[in-house]
Write a protein that binds this ligand. Structure first.
Ligand SMILES: [Zn+2]
Length: 133
């Protein structure tokens, strides 16, 4: 796993990205840059570039954040009991960055909704089979 100090992350990330990825914050619902994006490509970690979600698994959940019914195996899970709720946090296994939460109300085939902050992601469009920034 990638290890960086808080100061190193603060230098690399924007203040909003730092608040979400490192402090487990949440962007305002409906505010995310990737909420309505439906291009083909890969959503990678905004902090370390690890591929996390494919556009093929993205769907419109209406929850206010980009939603995916499936994640790559680089997305980890752990219990989150903050805010008086029982939720399951999802995070990037490579850099330990907070991504969002996973809920059991998604579409088939998984029945899961990965609810992810746009600010925790970086989209790489796939054009003619080549991924571009
Ligand atoms: Zn990462």
């Amino acid at each position: 796993m990638m290890k960086k100090t808080d100061q190193e992350w603060a230098d690399e990330l924007t203040p909003d990205q730092y608040r979400i990825l490192r402090m487990k914050g949440t962007e305002a619902p409906g505010s995310g840059a990737y909420l309505d994006l439906s291009e083909d490509g890969m959503y990678s970690c905004a902090a370390c570039g690890t591929d996390l979600f494919s556009s093929e698994a993205k769907y419109h959940s209406g929850c206010g954040w980009p939603s995916f019914y499936e994640s790559s195996d680089r997305v980890g899970r752990r219990d989150d009991d903050s805010l008086g709720m029982k939720r399951i946090e999802i995070y990037c296994k490579h850099c330990d960055g907070h991504l969002g939460h996973v809920f059991p109300d998604g579409p088939q085939p998984t029945g899961e909704r990965h609810c992810v902050n746009s600010l925790a992601l970086k989209f790489k469009a796939k054009k003619g089979g080549v991924e571009t920034e």
